[in-house]
Design a protein around this ligand. Structure first.
Ligand code: SF4
Length: 181
């Protein structure tokens, strides 16, 4: 990834973390997000090239024994015998500091355009239990987030724009053919 795109991507991740922290502060009593809860990681995910490139470097920086555990989990996911994200080890994300954009939005109240074009509001069922109305400043516009991510991805790789790749398949490739950087 070019240095400039990487800087922009990292700045975007920090911005999302800042938003999450503000919502957590406002709604501490109604948000159950914490280490050990991996409800958001229950599926084998796919990500855009700009995020995959970041994950590849984060994966390469992990201790070998952890990489092997993750690669074994990726194999199980690719074979269809594991449903959770391969990066999830002992109910914690192995690349937490570099986890992708969607992983940083989980738990937040999100607003997005549903398939019928109508705006829809959603959040993790574990959060905001019994809350009747969530303040607008705590709602994340997911469509806007995806637009920014899409623009970063086009800058990263204009040819592959929009093409998501399965993380389990990518991990198996990274482990088989480690890159020089
Ligand atoms: S990358 Fe980390 S946070 Fe995202 S789904 Fe996988 S384990 Fe969960």
């Amino acid at each position: 990834m070019s240095g400039e795109v990487n800087q922009q991507y990292q700045a975007f991740l920090r911005k999302l973390d800042g938003f999450f922290a503000q919502v957590m502060e406002r709604h501490a009593g109604h948000m159950k997000c914490r280490k050990g809860c991996a409800a958001c990681c229950a599926v084998s995910p796919s990500f855009l090239p700009v995020e995959m490139d970041n994950l590849r470097r984060a994966f390469a920086g992990l201790p070998e024994s952890l990489r092997q555990t993750i690669a074994a989990q990726a194999g199980a996911a690719a074979a269809g015998v594991r449903r959770e994200c391969p990066m999830l080890v002992d109910n914690a994300c192995s690349v937490y500091g570099q986890r992708p954009v969607i992983c940083r939005t989980h738990g937040l109240p999100i607003l997005f355009a549903a398939e019928n074009g109508e705006k829809s509001l959603d959040h993790c069922p574990l959060n905001f239990e019994g809350v009747e109305r969530i303040d607008g400043a705590s709602i994340l516009n997911l469509d806007q987030v995806n637009q920014i991510l899409g623009l970063l991805n086009i800058q990263f790789d204009p040819e592959a724009a929009g093409e998501r790749k399965n993380l389990a398949a990518a991990i198996l490739e990274w482990e088989a053919h480690p890159s020089a950087d």
